[in-house]
Ligand binder design. Sequence first.
Ligand SMILES: Cc1cc2nc3c(=O)[nH]c(=O)nc-3n(C[C@H](O)[C@H](O)[C@H](O)COP(=O)(O)OP(=O)(O)OC[C@H]3O[C@@H](n4cnc5c(N)ncnc54)[C@H](O)[C@@H]3O)c2cc1C
Length: 501
Amino acid sequence: MKTQEFDVVVLGSGFAGSLTAMILQRVGRRVALIDRTRHPRFAIGESSTPIANMVLRDLAKRYDLPRLVPLTKYGTWQQAYPHIGCGLKRGFSYFAHEAGRTFAPSLTHANELLVAASSHDRDSDTQWLRADVDQFFCAEAATFGVTLLEDCAVREIQHDRVGDWSIDCQHEGRSLPLRAAFVIDATGEAGVLPHSLGIESCGEACQTHSRAIFSHFRGVGSWHERLNDLGGNTQDHPFHCDNAAQHHILDGAWLWMLRFNDGLTSAGLVLDEAKHPLDQSLDAAAEWHQWIERYPSVAAMFADADFSPVPGELIRTKRLQRRWAQLAGEDWALLPHTAGFVDPLHSTGIAHSLCGVEHLCRILDREWRAETRLDSLRGYGDVVAKEFDLIDELVASCFACFGQFDLLVVASMLYFAAATTYERLRCGGEASIAFLGADRKEIRDLLHTACKEVSRQASTPGPVDINQFRCDVASLIAPINHVGLLDTTLANMYRHTAAPM
Ligand SMILES: Cc1cc2nc3c(=O)[nH]c(=O)nc-3n(C[C@H](O)[C@H](O)[C@H](O)COP(=O)(O)OP(=O)(O)OC[C@H]3O[C@@H](n4cnc5c(N)ncnc54)[C@H](O)[C@@H]3O)c2cc1C
């Protein structure tokens, strides 16, 4: 077959690859978007955040993509695209369970933490049903003229010289040769390009060490109702705690629950591998049931639950942490979810991916033929690496506190300090800030010191003077605490943390 030539080939048509392809086509590049499968297909990673909404909104504005704007708020999404699967996410909720015991809510909310991300349902954050959302992004890319190749297997990638790639694909039963000046890998865990370039993997160095078991379910009971039945004071909650990225904290593990409008629930266990290494003699279903049954109030929510037809089973991962040692070169780049991954805690993935799309597209728009391009691409790789280091540090310090919920609350506040600082800087007009401010030394240093303090405290035997510790950490992070985090008078109920939009 005749070789097809492109400026850019994007491998992987998840929302991030599709959006990148769409933007680059929009600014005049000739783009091909390749996926080994076709939409709609199951994908995990569904809980969006205010940062993701801000970046998507700005990208839509900058590159004149008005059809993406409704996806940045729950209200406009429901109005414009009620058929695209979505859930209401008003914030983050955390509940500490004890093995073998029914959850016992306290008047002071000592085992609960709720952090608002939005003030109203209308302007709220969302859970993305990725099968629908990714299909939408991919179809949009095609309407802008991106050449879409689905069910297309990449057989070989050859880097002939700088600016000249040959990609041999198998498409619709035939060999399809492509040439491209630039290749972007958005294949996530598959990492087609780093494998083909022989780049070293360095994920083992991550501090976080976790694995996951997850699926989509129907018939999962409401935690909000269960809490009320158990005597919980949900009237104090800043939002309905089911309309959230719900984190149930277990012994050396946590369980996410994300609810969609049509009764579907995404649920997944994330296990600290140091405490709970994989036991191959136990299959995923047996391991899942063991965990759920150990926690009576969690088990009650799953009493009438069944798998949704897609994916129809539990998916068990190996270690989640992965990283590549080099993230960009002269004529190639990895999007963040290909570059690496840490853990789903606090839902950093979608926002991180969008920050990467924004950064990379800015370079390939403004510096396509410029001499500065290589330096800028190196800068992109450095920034994504710093973002991973920071996410890893924030997540690992939380894992260190599982089993000590009052310390976990302090550790979680470090993520919220970083996220809300980013939101405020961005709203103040700083559009090129790295995800969570990871490119700012002063932010990184503060968070590094605070994370170290939290982890040290978590591993110190004996009782903790939690009030004193909370005050110490509050003083440490004061320069980036713009929303009253670590306020003892709030009893773990943060309603004034909603993002400025
Ligand atoms: C267990 C888990 C839970 C998560 N939870 C959250 C969360 O709650 N919130 C959040 O923000 N993030 C979460 N994430 C992260 C989130 O999944 C990613 O940020 C997001 O999926 C990135 O999207 P993407 O489009 O870059 O890549 P992906 O979604 O990974 O898409 C990759 C695409 O590449 C295609 N592909 C794969 N191999 C090939 C190949 N050889 N050739 C061509 N195409 C190929 C695939 O078919 C797919 O379409 C989670 C991740 C994991 C692992």
